[in-house]
Design a protein. Structure first.
Lengths: 56, 349
């Protein structure tokens, strides 16, 4: 009975743990680079320039 | 320039736009371990699709979708009479959609990230904060070839007096001008409640000086405010060709407004030439139906200019008046109709 209760609690808590880690991954993977000055400087590629456009 | 892609960490806590996570707007591959992998299927400008912002800002998006900043239809409208029906179709396909239309502003171009011009952008305005306005980092990028540097004095000459008084673009060009008012206009001239000097300067006819009252009364309906109060030369562009752009030089031109052919105003040379779109295989068989000069609201206004100091600057000296000699070479035949032959002021015995 005790074992079954523990399994049930674990089963309920597991998706919660999974979803929170998913959110953390979502926030951290993009933001790992985009909040890091040194990393961004290293990864940045200047765009190729073309003839100027714009209404002026 | 890499700093333009740095997100301000402190925004993550409080900004509701960021609470949904990056992927909700930008897609991409958040499991990627390299730049290329992470950016696979990335949506750089999510607000290009107005539905993105419409989730919360429905009312604004409904009007913005019809605004000139979004449709950019004014650019097409300004040139279309030069084309035959077949040429116009080709222009729409090969030029307008590919090139002119790229100037349309998404929500993010004004509120999140400076617009890219010629592939260059300052990136995020304030670390991905959603700003209400920041003219120096938004308007100035698209309108920085002509209007903005003339306004600030950077182009030469004195700054516009309104700039000196601390006014920026949005002080005259209101939110409804940017977001639209729900009407679909074909050009900025049609916009209801567009900026006008008399919106603020309401006391015409009540000036303290008699000469000022007289000048305003005599010229009302005949000369625009710019005709007397534009203070310096402004940028005029020459010879625009697809793929190579145009050249420019300063100039000051007074002539008849091509839109009514009776009001004297400041004119600016528009760089469309007979073979502007030749690279795309598009001709302009009706090129001469439109002039090469259009009325320009020169953004270098001063109270006192050469023309306000002395009537002779115009009536005798004819300073800055468009003449046959200064007309652009191989220009439109319609340009002749903009020349105004000003007369000296008659002296009553």
């Amino acid at each position: 009975m005790k074992t079954k209760t523990l399994w049930l609690i674990g089963l309920i808590l597991f998706p919660v743990f999974l979803s929170s880690s998913t959110v953390a991954t979502d926030q951290s993977s993009c933001l790992t680079c985009h909040t890091n000055d040194a990393l961004m400087k290293m990864l940045y590629k200047p765009p190729a320039t073309g003839p100027s456009e714009g209404e002026g | 320039m890499y700093k333009g892609y740095l997100v301000d960490k402190t925004l993550l806590e409080g900004d509701p736009h960021l609470s949904r996570g990056c992927k909700s707007c930008h897609q991409g591959n958040d499991g990627g371990t390299t730049r290329e992998e992470a950016h696979r299927n990335l949506v750089k400008r999510p607000s290009d699709n107005l539905k993105t912002c419409a989730m919360c800002h429905r009312k604004i998006v409904d009007t913005y979708g019809k605004s000139l900043h979004y449709t950019t239809i004014g650019q097409r409208q300004g040139v279309m009479r030069r084309f035959s029906e077949t040429e116009l179709k080709a222009f729409d396909e090969k030029v307008f959609q590919q090139s002119c239309r790229s100037c349309h502003a998404s929500c993010g171009d004004c509120h999140v990230r400076g617009a890219a011009v010629g592939g260059i952008s300052i990136g995020l305005i304030k670390g991905h904060k959603f700003v209400k306005k920041d003219e120096g980092k938004t308007c100035t990028f698209c309108h920085g070839g002509r209007v903005y540097p003339e306004y600030t004095g950077e182009y030469g000459g004195k700054p516009d007096v309104h700039y000196q008084k601390g006014m920026l673009c949005m002080d005259c060009h209101k939110k409804s001008d940017m977001h639209g008012d729900g009407n679909t206009y074909l050009s900025k001239q049609e916009v209801k409640d567009r900026p006008a000097c008399t919106n603020c300067h309401t006391k015409l006819g009540q000036e303290a000086r008699l000469t000022t009252r007289t000048a305003h009364a005599r010229h009302k309906g005949k000369v625009t405010c710019y005709g007397c109060h534009a203070s310096a030369e402004y940028r005029n562009c020459y010879g625009c060709h697809m793929g190579t752009g145009a050249t420019s030089k300063p100039g000051f031109l007074l002539g008849l407004n091509p839109r009514d052919r009776k009001t004297l105003t400041t004119l600016r040379l528009i760089p469309t030439v007979r073979d502007s779109f030749e690279k795309a295989g598009v001709q302009m068989s009706n090129f001469d139906s439109l002039p090469n000069y259009w009325d320009t609201p020169a953004h270098n206004i001063r109270k006192r200019t050469d023309r306000t100091r002395s009537c002779d600057a115009c009536h005798t000296g004819k300073n800055g008046f468009l003449t046959k000699e200064v007309l652009v070479e191989q220009g439109s035949k319609a340009n002749d109709g903009l020349i105004y032959n000003i007369n000296p002021i008659p002296i009553n015995p």
